[in-house]
Write a protein that binds this ligand. Structure first.
Ligand code: G1P
Length: 280
């Protein structure tokens, strides 16, 4: 299976940090966000990845490219561990790039992948969401996609105050944690929302989604919304992810995610705890 990572947005919610660097390159603890996403793809059995980029996104390509000068310098100075880490980034997966020429929305960004994808189901992984789970989120969706032979998206219950930030679904449970979806609404007001089940940034889609995107008119914010295109699919399932999702598209959650990942790191754990204690 192939994966598409849309990473073409301006990152306006994160300005000024994203004025000259892509939000996908903002580090969470010690790695750029997009590296976590690619590691999830690889852990899900995917090694052919298309990143949809836009202006100011060159550093994403540089990050996954081979850096001869850096590798030479690290080798000469005997920094073998760092050298190994750097080389592993380059070898993670086959990564291709396509540019979204105009920012016409997430649906349009995914449409840029049409030629690369062909006729097989494929994963969509948003570049500003990180997941943590025993079975990777995308792998869980692949399982649902294969079981029902249909598109599957990750959903998660969110509190009322967050409903407006997400695509929201309404569905009927067909088994534990899996819903057959009847309705999808992009960023509804709390009053309009059909439930509290939010779309969390991971999708496994059947290729008929491209026809649906073609038929989709601009929606919320005047953009071609992936959620509106998903509503046009004949069948689609929502699966509650067994794990934890981190939406780092907002500065506070990004910071909290960094702290959580630093606490997961054996070497940093106690130093971070001590620091927090002094602040409290
Ligand atoms: C996008 C999708 C939305 C989804 C969200 C998850 O919105 O349009 O349906 O719930 O990602 O993060 P964005 O956050 O790009 O505005």
């Amino acid at each position: 299976m192939k994966a598409v990572i849309p990473a073409a947005g301006f990152g306006t919610r994160f300005l000024p940090a994203t004025k000259a660097q892509p939000k996908e390159m903002l580090p969470v603890f010690d790695k750029p966000t997009i590296q976590y996403v690619i590691e999830e793809a690889v852990a899900s059995g995917i090694d052919d990845i298309l990143i949809v980029t836009g202006k100011n996104k060159r550093s994403i390509e540089d990050h996954f490219d081979k850096s001869f000068e850096l590798e030479y310098t690290l080798r000469e100075s005997g920094k073998k561990d760092v050298l190994k880490q750097i080389q592993e980034i380059t070898d993670l997966a086959d990564i291709c790039y396509v540019r979204q020429k105009e920012q016409k929305g997430l649906g349009d960004a995914i449409y840029c992948a049409k030629k690369h994808i062909g006729e097989e189901p494929f994963a969509v992984m948003l570049g500003d969401t990180i997941t943590k789970g025993k079975i990777p989120c995308t792998k869980q969706l692949i399982n649902v996609n294969q079981k029902y032979n249909s598109s599957a998206i990750a959903v998660e219950e969110v509190p009322n105050e967050k409903v407006e930030r997400y695509g929201i679904i309404k569905g009927r449970p067909v088994e534990d944690c899996v819903y057959k979806i009847d309705e999808l609404v992009e960023k509804p007001s709390l009053k309009e929302a059909p439930s509290n089940l939010a779309i969390m940034g991971r999708y496994v889609l059947t290729p008929d989604i491209f026809d649906c995107i073609e038929e989709t008119e601009p929606g919320k914010a005047g953009e071609i919304q992936l959620t509106d295109a998903l509503s046009k699919l004949n069948v689609i399932y929502g699966s509650i992810f067994d794990g934890k999702t981190f939406d780092i598209g907002n500065r506070l959650e990004w910071l909290m995610t960094s702290i959580e990942f630093a606490l997961d790191d054996e070497k940093s754990h106690y130093q971070i705890l001590d620091f927090i204690k002094t602040k409290i």
